[in-house]
Write a protein that binds this ligand. Structure first.
Ligand SMILES: [Zn+2]
Length: 332
């Protein structure tokens, strides 16, 4: 999850204010990229680096997701190797501390650049490693989505992502597949348009664990804000579907992993948000008129990351509800 739009310029300006302020002139620069976040074993086979939730900055060097490794008897499966060549290399170095087995596969949950630009580092070390993703993500990547993300990240991080090349996944999935890696079985879930039109959720069957991608995040306002791709109703549906796996561990794209309370909290947020916007829409209010009321209705979430972006979320959801109501009228 990640807001692009006008954010990079605003954030760069905002950071500039801080860096140039005399109060901050003697502050040491604390590196907060992946090197400061440990690779933690979370169950028998799964290791995760829980990254920061902050938007890309020179300090984080664009690191902001949860790269992970699944250990099999023949090798390592990597999920979402991060935002850049550098982050992907450092992830591999962390994995090397735990096992000397080769990387045998990579999965990318969706095309947002914080999740997959580290592919380059894995291919640099394992030139033929298969990289799996939804087939719609591969189309996006081949059409230049990665280059756009690299440019956005460079503008937000003083070029911390320079040198990164977008390496598109090469094995397309549709959802519903079960992939056998010997002693580890991976099941792919895709329920249609949700956070994007190509999210995959990755179930590690015997570990009762699910990688959610950005379908659900922890303590973070769900953003599904690209109208041609995303759909809040679809995102709620995807969460309801994945809860049916009865998994014990859910790994979100951002924020700490945990039990079913993680996707349930995102679902509850979306249900309340949807009901609030629908209520004011039915009263004939514009998105501008309802904005503060919806924010007040959702005030229990005010400490979630990106809550300050709620205005944008409300505008997108307003358009979605408007388009749903036109479709309802047309089908009558
Ligand atoms: Zn995302």
């Amino acid at each position: 999850m990640f807001y692009c739009g006008h954010s990079p310029i605003r954030i760069v300006c905002f950071l500039g204010l801080f860096v140039s302020h005399p109060l901050f002139a003697h502050e040491p620069t604390v590196p907060t990229s992946i090197e400061n976040y440990p690779l933690v074993q979370i169950n028998k086979r799964i290791y995760i680096v829980h990254g920061p939730q902050d938007l890309p900055s020179p300090q984080t060097r664009a690191f902001m997701n949860n790269p992970a490794a699944i250990m099999t008897s023949t090798g390592v499966i990597i999920v979402d190797p991060g935002s850049s060549l550098e982050i992907g290399r450092q992830l591999l170095a962390k994995i090397r501390q735990v096992t000397d087995k080769p990387v045998i596969a990579v999965f990318n949950t969706h095309v947002h650049g914080d999740h997959w630009l580290g592919n380059q580092a894995i291919r640099e070390a394992y030139s033929t490693v298969p990289i799996y993703a939804h087939e719609n993500m591969i189309k996006r990547a081949e059409a230049g989505a990665g280059e756009e993300w690299i440019s956005i990240f460079n503008s937000m991080t003083n070029d911390a992502v320079a040198g990164t090349k977008a390496i598109a996944p090469n094995i397309g999935l549709k959802g519903g597949e079960t992939i056998d890696f010997g002693d580890v079985k991976i099941r792919i879930h895709h329920t249609g348009k949700a956070h994007t039109n190509h999210d995959i959720m990755i179930e590690v069957v015997d570990e009762k664990s699910v990688f959610l991608g950005d379908i659900a995040t922890n303590h973070r306002v769900p953003s599904s804000d690209v109208p041609q791709d995303a759909n809040y109703k679809g995102q709620m549906e995807a969460i309801r579907e994945i809860l049916k796996t009865n998994a014990e561990l859910y790994i979100p794209g951002h924020g700490k992993s945990g039990g079913k309370e993680i996707p349930e909290a995102s679902l509850q947020f979306l249900e309340k948000l949807y009901a609030s916007v629908q209520k004011y829409y039915d009263q004939g209010q514009s998105d501008y008129e309802m904005k503060q009321k919806v924010i007040d209705d959702l005030s229990e979430y005010k400490d979630w990351y990106n809550f300050n972006e709620m205005g944008k979320v409300i505008s997108y959801l307003y358009l979605e509800i408007e388009s749903n109501s036109f479709e309802d009228q047309a089908s009558r």
